[in-house]
Design a protein around this ligand. Structure first.
Ligand code: ATP
Ligand code: MG
Length: 409
């Protein structure tokens, strides 16, 4: 029997797989941005005059792309690096990041802008215009420049409306004599929100558009790889773990192409490993993590009772094999073999080869399993089968339903 002291000691002494888990938190701004070099280059082209000839022009760029495609983080990294470069040139260039999901009226945005610049403007009783004018004067007196990002700008468009957007994008039309000290980055998920503006404002917004494509599996692998070194202890996360997450989320593999979901899955997998006191993160931990991020198990559980007996047996074979191997995928031929053995065990005549493939196709269509044709690293081409749901829980459910079906007979 373990004494209470033993239990506590083991909890306290157990080392975590994490070296620095904050590296996987959504707000962490990484040093490097794999596969966003192009977007950074475009931003550099648009805003370089802020360094080469400060005050001459006010620039605007619009970043558009789906969820988790790196818009926010690219803007932040760009701002951080521009600030460093400016300092080396003796220019006081600030970076201001405002989330319009939080600050969605013109008044709120302008107040937040003044706050982040640190301008001592008495906000109470002033209109947004008055605050902006006071701010512009402050920037002039202190010789400050700023790149202002308005993130989740769709919300601002919806709530603040066309005139407010117009005020911001045409700011210097009103104050022509002033040096152009503010430039803007707008971020939106969907360009459709921009099309709702009146044509004059719209064409101003669309002058420089930087597009963020959904990430492909290989790109997600590189992103996860660059976080792994900082987040985990050496040797606790193997490539196949990263590859598996990247394959589930990659847009070229039917995923959402969302880096946030991929990084969160890695964090949760690490936490699952810690929870068990394991020294390595395994594919089983990833499955557990993914079923949190995408709760497939509930949906699958609803489908199981409607499957035919032999479909269930094929599924059971895949689950047993995946469990035994501890690998992300197994080959369809191996599943068929396992299925035949299973049939023998319970005295069932196994279905023919073509029928088994038909079952696999069906299971795939229903979203119970994932099947894809093997690529690099496998000899010949074969179908690989994978299951995201936690296998233990799934196996238990399958067994119960098989038992029931056998009894009814
Ligand atoms: N190229 C990349 N390199 C490293 N990390 C990245 C990269 N792209 C995205 N990330 C990380 O993925 C997560 C999601 O990225 P980000 O928040 O920038 O997405 P987004 O496009 O702003 O999504 P949303 O539209 O949901 O706001 C963040 O943790 C971010 O640091
Ligand atoms: Mg964002």
């Amino acid at each position: 029997m373990n004494t209470a002291r033993d239990v506590l000691e083991s909890v306290i002494r157990r080392t975590s797989v994490f070296k620095n888990r904050e590296v996987l938190y959504p707000e962490y701004v990484p040093e490097e941005l794999p596969h966003r070099e192009n977007q950074l280059r475009q931003l550099g082209e648009i805003f370089k005059y802020m360094l080469l000839n400060p005050g001459a022009v006010s620039q605007r760029a619009l970043l558009v792309g789906g969820i988790g495609t790196g818009k926010t983080v690219t803007a932040r990294v760009f701002g951080r690096e521009m600030r460093r470069l400016a300092r080396e040139r003796g220019v006081d260039l600030r970076y201001v990041h405002i989330n319009c999901h939080r600050d969605r009226t013109l008044y709120e945005v302008v107040c937040e802008l003044a706050r982040q610049i640190g301008a001592p403007i008495p906000l109470r009783g002033l209109s947004p215009r008055e605050i902006m004018l006071a701010l512009l004067n402050y920037l002039e007196r202190r010789n400050i420049y700023a790149i202002v990002t308005l993130d989740e700008f769709d919300y601002f468009i919806d709530v603040a409306g066309n005139d407010a957007v117009y005020f911001i994008v045409r700011l210097y039309d009103e104050y022509q004599e002033l040096r152009k000290r503010l430039s803007f980055i707008f971020i939106a998920r969907d360009i459709a929100s921009i099309h709702r503006l009146d044509p004059a404002t719209e064409s101003y917004m669309l002058k420089h558009v930087v597009v963020f494509e959904k990430y492909r599996s290989n790109e997600l692998f590189d992103i996860l790889d660059s976080r792994r070194r900082r987040a985990f202890h050496e040797g606790t996360v193997d490539d196949d773990v990263l590859r598996y997450i990247a394959d589930v989320e990659g847009v070229d593999r039917g995923g959402e192409g969302n880096a946030r979901a991929a990084i969160e899955a890695l964090l949760l997998a690490g936490e699952a490993a810690d929870h068990e006191g394991a020294h390595k993160v395994t594919i089983a931990h990833v499955r557990k993590a993914l079923s949190h991020v995408q709760p497939d198990i509930v949906r699958i559980a609803e489908i199981l009772p409607y499957l035919q007996l032999h479909e269930l047996l094929v599924l059971k074979a895949a689950v047993s094999l995946l469990k035994r191997r501890g690998e992300p995928y197994v080959k369809i031929g191996e599943v068929e073999e396992e299925y035949r053995e299973l049939c023998q065990l319970i005295g069932e005549e196994p279905r023919k080869h073509t029928q088994v493939y038909e079952y696999v196709n069906n299971l795939k269509k229903m979203g119970v399993i994932e099947a894809r044709v093997s690529g690099k690293g496998f000899r010949g081409r074969t179908t690989l089968i994978s299951i995201i749901a936690p296998l233990d829980a799934l196996e238990k459910q399958i067994n119960e339903i098989i038992d029931r079906q056998l009894k009814i007979r």
